[in-house]
Ligand binder design. Structure first.
Ligand code: KG4
Ligand code: ZN
Length: 320
């Protein structure tokens, strides 16, 4: 089954083509990061306008990269939510128009399910379920038990900021630019041997996360101490990685999971990947960094595994 996946939930205009949920034939991403960098964050209205301009060229480029024609496709998949309403609308309406014009079924995909299935792309043997998924992005930090394809249990989530959002805000306070995750990771490499310690919110035995206190602590340290920016960045990153990895490992042990599936933009973070692998006694899967951040291939991949549940009517609306 050959699926075209379209993704426009935030500031990446993306289209990918995947065979049988596993083999990636194309993955084209037009990032708007440079446009939003001047504002220090994603401006929703600007994002949707740029999606309109980039969408069809990106779909055409994906078809060319995969060397396939519209008639070769079996379905058109699209992120229906969650995300920015105006951004989602561009992808969803493009997908509807193509599905109608090319007489293909339309498959609605949940953005988080897309991130999860990035772990199935271009791997020799796929991950084994049940697994505990740690999905960490700009909008979400979730611990999910994936019992089987399409069968999930929410184990924990953030009570305030998402992990990626915390990276972006901390980077902004430290004057490191946007997007904050890669900027903090880069700055941390220049840290001294003993960076100051920042607090962690453990929330007792709960699987939930909280990052707003840490964000405030970074702001206070930046204002009140003479610690170098690289040291504060490293302390912040260590605190986030510490909490994410300990909670993921504990949840996986308690659930009897066969593996841990890391995904979402923050999963591109090197220390997060390395620490999780160090601390876990079961296999840890993480997509290559380019498939951690938003892309169309992950949407096409997820659609293969949830096609039956996800075949959507043409009057479907976005779920922001
Ligand atoms: O999944 P994604 O591309 O978009 C959403 O669904 O939100 O995630 C974007 C988030 C941003 O907050 C960005 O700062 C973060 O992922 N991110 C990182 C890294 N690369 C991207 N966070 C930490 N380290 C990174 N290397
Ligand atoms: Zn995402």
């Amino acid at each position: 089954m050959l699926i075209l996946g379209i993704e426009t939930s935030c500031d990446e205009t993306a289209a990918g083509i995947v065979a049988d949920g596993r083999r990636m034939l194309a993955n084209v991403v037009a990032s708007q990061a440079a446009i939003h960098a001047q504002y220090g964050g994603v401006v929703p209205e600007v994002a949707s306008r740029h999606h309109i301009e980039a969408m069809l060229p990106v779909v055409k480029a994906a078809l060319a990269e995969a060397r396939c024609k519209p008639s070769d496709l079996d379905a058109i998949a699209v992120t229906a939510g969650p995300g920015l309403a105006g951004s989602l609308l561009v992808g969803l309406n493009t997908a509807k128009a193509l599905a109608y014009a090319w007489s293909k079924p339309l498959i609605a995909v949940n953005h988080l399910e897309g991130h999860l299935y990035a772990n199935w792309l271009d791997v020799e043997t796929p991950p084994e379920l049940p697994a505990v998924a740690l999905i960490v992005s700009g909008g979400h930090s979730e611990l999910i038990l994936a019992e089987d394809h399409g069968r999930y249990q929410l184990l924990g989530r953030t009570r305030d900021d998402a992990a990626g959002e915390a990276f972006d805000k901390a980077a902004r306070v430290l004057g490191l630019g946007f997007p904050g995750g890669p900027a903090i990771e880069r700055a941390s490499r220049e840290a001294g041997p003993k960076p100051p310690r920042l607090p962690r919110a453990w929330l007792g035995q709960s699987n939930d996360f909280s990052f707003s206190g840490l964000k405030t602590a970074v702001a206070r340290m930046a204002q009140e101490s003479h610690a170098p920016v690289a040291d504060i960045a490293a302390s912040f990153q260590t605190a986030v990685v510490d909490v994410l990895t300990r909670k993921a490992v504990n949840a996986a042990e308690a659930a009897g999971a066969r593996c841990i599936l890391l995904s979402g933009g923050v999963a591109a973070n090197g220390p997060l990947r390395a620490t999780l692998r160090e601390r876990s006694s079961i296999p840890v899967w993480a997509p290559p960094p380019i498939l951690c951040t938003d892309n169309g291939a992950m949407i096409a991949g997820a659609a293969h595994f949830c096609a039956e549940a996800g075949v959507a009517p043409l009057d479907l609306d976005v779920r922001a």
